[in-house]
Design a protein around this ligand. Structure first.
Ligand SMILES: [Zn+2]
Length: 334
């Protein structure tokens, strides 16, 4: 309780007249704000439950308009070098999206256009024009309601008993616990094997094809954003968690994504790590394909920040009041 009161008191320091003080503290740096889906929470509930923080178009407009009124300089990742060289001593802001569903190119795009702000779209390339859900989204879909949750629990328990009996700790997992374990901890091959087994039911395949069509973007969406001056970066091909795959598989995924970008006519100079998951030395792999690499390490980008390690702040969720919102926008924290 005391903590909450103190935290609330800190919010009050972000009244609009104090904004100039906070803005002065950010001078000469770039803050990059990371959003994911732009939609109303009730849509595609199976994704919302699983992982993806969703901002409504109205709130995205409110946040970006607040920044705009503070007189910041909006830029994109591919312009960082140029911006640094220009010696601009104002506050730089990069708005970006990871994953990039259809909603980013529809509602998200409309908000950006209304405010005339250019952003970076970090696209998971396997989503584009896909008629299947990628492994991660398929897993969330496989626990979309209580009966499917039970089914996945059963399949996962059998799989682990037969293949990895050493992983005893899964024994009391619900289906969703299994999914969280598969997405965030297990080797990717386990997740892929489970999806394969569950997909053997032909109805799942058909239903997922329908969902993929509804939630994933088309190449046309990407081309429209690119033609409007937004940057298209890649977020890898299959949204792999680096700690779940070998260096070879990681590199192959980057290369697939980069090759697709080239075939689509996008320079694709920037990349962001899925799950913010990377290992020491990965920059030696990623720099073969990309000039700018983004993390989610919650720091401003300064003149000395290496291009292979550009930190971003991830959206903390809806703010309960305008002071909290300003605090997020002015410091990247809450
Ligand atoms: Zn992601």
């Amino acid at each position: 309780m005391i903590h909450r009161v103190l935290n609330r008191a800190k919010d009050i320091a972000f009244t609009s007249w104090l904004s100039n003080f906070w803005m002065a503290k950010n001078k000469g740096t770039i803050l990059s704000f990371l959003y994911h889906r732009v939609d109303h929470r009730s849509n595609n509930d199976f994704l919302t439950k699983g992982y993806s923080p969703v901002i409504s178009p109205e709130n995205l407009y409110l946040e970006l308009n607040t920044l705009k009124n503070l007189g910041v300089n909006f830029l994109t990742f591919d312009k960082i070098g140029e911006y640094k060289l220009s010696g601009n001593n104002g506050v730089g802001i990069i708005v970006c999206f990871d994953d990039c569903f259809k909603d980013n190119y529809e509602q998200g795009f409309e908000v950006l256009e209304a405010l005339n702000i250019k952003a970076t779209f970090f696209q998971t390339t396997a989503l584009v024009d896909s008629n299947t859900l990628i492994w991660e989204h398929a897993l969330y879909w496989f626990v979309r309601d209580s009966s499917s949750d039970k089914h996945l629990k059963h399949v996962a328990e059998n799989y682990y008993r037969d293949n990895r009996p050493i992983l005893e700790k899964g024994r009391n997992f619900s289906g969703m616990d299994w999914v969280q374990f598969l997405v965030h901890q297990a080797p990717l091959e386990d997740a892929e094997a489970l999806v394969q087994i569950l997909m053997n039911d032909g109805d799942n395949r058909l239903e997922q094809a329908e969902i993929a069509k509804n939630i994933y973007p088309t190449l046309k969406h990407l081309k429209k954003a690119f033609a409007s001056g937004h940057e298209l970066g890649t977020h890898g091909h299959q949204h792999l968690r680096r700690t779940g795959v070998s260096a070879e598989r990681f590199e192959e995924d980057l290369k697939t994504s980069k090759d697709l970008f080239e075939s689509w006519g996008f320079p694709g100079k920037s990349y962001s790590y899925p799950f913010n998951s990377y290992l020491k030395g990965d920059e030696n792999i990623s720099k073969k394909y990309f000039e700018m690499v983004a993390t989610v390490d919650s720091k401003p980008i300064t003149r000395n920040t290496p291009m292979s390690q550009l930190p971003r702040f991830t959206w903390p969720g809806n703010s309960p009041n305008q002071f909290r919102m300003r605090r997020w926008l002015l410091t990247g924290g809450i």
